[in-house]
Design a protein around this ligand. Sequence first.
Ligand SMILES: NC(=O)c1ccc[n+]([C@@H]2O[C@H](COP(=O)([O-])OP(=O)(O)OC[C@H]3O[C@@H](n4cnc5c(N)ncnc54)[C@H](OP(=O)(O)O)[C@@H]3O)[C@@H](O)[C@H]2O)c1
Length: 321
Amino acid sequence: MGFSQQRSVQRLGPNMVIRPNKNALDRTDVDAPDRADHRRRIVVVGATGMLGHRVADVARVHGWDVVEAPRAAFDLTDLVGTTTWLEKTSPAVVVNCAAWTDVDGAEADEAAAMAVNGEGAGNLAKGTAAIGARIVHVSTDYVFRGDASEPYREDAPVDPQGAYGRTKLAGERLVAEHNPDHLICRTSWLFGEGGGNFVDTMLKLSADRDELSVVADQQGCPTWTGHLAPALVAVAASDARGVAHLCGSGRTTWHGLAQETFALAGTGTTVHPVTTDEFPRPAPRPAWSVMASTRADVPALPAWQDGLHGHLAEANRLAPA
Ligand SMILES: NC(=O)c1ccc[n+]([C@@H]2O[C@H](COP(=O)([O-])OP(=O)(O)OC[C@H]3O[C@@H](n4cnc5c(N)ncnc54)[C@H](OP(=O)(O)O)[C@@H]3O)[C@@H](O)[C@H]2O)c1
């Protein structure tokens, strides 16, 4: 989105992470397994990204030996390079947070997006399988058609409507095909420190404008990286396999998310509801991106409002009580 923020995940003590809502995070607050040293190594791919850097920080706090895969040494579109690097690094688990995340750009160059989101994910699955490592792979609500009226559960039929969704679905399938020890974690509407996201864009816009128009006919589950990252670290240490949905509980629209953001930040910004048709974009946006999980073996994330509160508190953007 053309701007960046300083990455400054706070560490409050040797085994503590920021807990804006301690009770809500209890279910994801687990330590790394008691394994031999080399089995405590976790590779985070995409560790310069909004989610990846948080996963690396949380894993470190939980006692993992974290290796952040640098793009310079590790382009996941290169099978030989990826496999060789993983052999040398010898992790127990790889968490793949890397992706081509430019949804509109994927429409213009689906082959390039596929190389990262599809084949690249497959390369990681092959490389991890070759060394007996587990892979936790992050995916998206865009794999669904987006026209339902009930939350999508893990076994709901997939039918992506745009290039980004098609490439992410291809990645899911390749991960499942090449490494049996996989967990594909679909998430949605991410926001967090250290990356372009809707919440920060809204706050930035509100600095110059008293009124904004925001789409009110798309429903989804906003997810704070501060909630998702501990959940990903938890499932990295578990035996859960297959597909899991990990997103903020509850649902809202972009309009609702903007309203709540401005209410918590005390900006006084007026948000006018508009339709998707009034904001044409190159890639189709799902009207219904609401996901739910049927799985008892993966953490349930707290409500999206708690996540928003946590993000704004961390960014020092909460209005004084
Ligand atoms: N953002 C959302 O709203 C959202 C919603 C649902 C699902 N997701 C999924 O969540 C995950 C994390 O998203 P994010 O928003 O944190 O992503 P992000 O901030 O855009 O970061 C993407 C990361 O991928 C890396 N990367 C891209 N191409 C690569 C390649 N060829 N080789 C190695 N690394 C590469 C980037 O490295 P460089 O810094 O070197 O470019 C960066 O570290 C992705 O799987 C995404 O599909 C995101």
